[in-house]
Design a protein around this ligand. Structure first.
Ligand code: ZN
Length: 299
């Protein structure tokens, strides 16, 4: 059994042999994905698919809580520390950076992988914490019109706060038809941030021919593409997938976005609990009560 938790912020308590340039007591952020930095995947800039040793391995960069103990503990052993300890600038608080480890890195990567261009129409399916960061990312990358899709009132409101121009409730409206109407023929980019057949398919249906579907969801079972949503395979569509980019340089870049006030993740951090009350934190998170989006746990 492994300790879970892959969004760590902390203070260096001890340094392993060969780790240089760090001091005990320094505050660091570590990405959810901890690449080795020297394998074929890493050196091809695919850190999340890091091979253990030399090669490539699907999802291999995800180690905390997956292949080794994670962050919901008093102490955390960071693998490949030289590649993964990102020093936190003095003026940034722990709360300002903790959501960069996964949520912001993943959400932004959805926008980055889609190669959003200035002036694009972008629709983001699901406005949970990752979808919200994808929404913020789409705006940062220069989208001219950002459409959020979600039916939860708390999330709909937050979507507008982070950058959505409009939020569509899929229970109230045919999203694909409405997006096509609003964009004059379909979105340039659709980002899927839920991981369901239904949202994947609807994301595809909102696109203009030649549009890009950027998928962040984690799927189970079989994912099917109906031919009519895909111009029978010859509509020039592009489908890309991304797992959270990790490593200290990614974290440095994200912290720099917070420092320069281009992105503020703190509204998404709605609650805070101590480690000994973590069960209450999970109950709250699971119930989606009290407007909860993300919870910080302190030792
Ligand atoms: Zn690697």
């Amino acid at each position: 059994m492994l300790v879970i938790g892959h969004e760590p912020v902390g203070v260096i308590e001890e340094l392993g042999q060969g780790v240089t340039g760090y001091k005990i007591g320094e505050r660091v952020l570590v990405g959810a994905i901890t690449p080795y930095g020297q394998c074929r995947a890493c050196l091809s800039a695919q850190w999340a698919q890091c091979g253990h040793g030399e090669g490539v391995e699907a999802i291999g960069g995800w180690r905390f809580g997956n292949t080794i103990n994670g962050a919901q503990a008093e102490y955390l052993l960071v693998p490949n520390a030289q590649a993964n300890l990102a020093k936190i600038p003095g003026e940034l608080s722990d709360e300002q950076v903790v959501l960069l480890a996964d949520i912001a890195s993943t959400g932004f990567s959805g926008a980055e992988s889609a190669n959003i261009r200035i002036g694009d129409f972008v629709v983001i399916f699901a406005q949970g914490p990752i979808g919200l960061c994808a929404t913020a990312g789409a705006k940062l990358m220069g989208a001219s019109f950002v459409i959020g899709v979600d039916g939860d009132p708390v999330r709909m409101k937050m979507a507008k706060r982070v950058g959505a121009d409009i939020v569509l409730d899929p229970k109230e409206i045919n999203v694909a038809e409405e997006v096509k109407r609003l964009t004059g023929g379909g979105a340039d980019v659709a980002i899927e941030a839920l991981g369901l057949q239904e949202t994947f398919e609807n994301a595809l249906r909102t696109l203009r021919p030649g549009g890009r579907l950027s998928s962040l969801g984690v799927y189970s079972g079989k994912l099917q593409i109906p031919y009519d949503a895909f111009a029978a395979g010859i509509g020039d569509y592009k489908i890309v997938t991304t797992l959270c980019p990790g490593g200290k340089e990614r974290m440095r870049r994200l912290m720099s976005m917070v420092q320069s006030k281009r992105f503020d993740p703190t509204p998404l951090l709605t609650h805070k609990f101590s480690l000994d009350r973590i069960v209450d934190a999970y109950d709250l998170f699971g119930s989606r009560k009290d407007g909860v989006l993300k919870v910080a746990i302190t030792p």
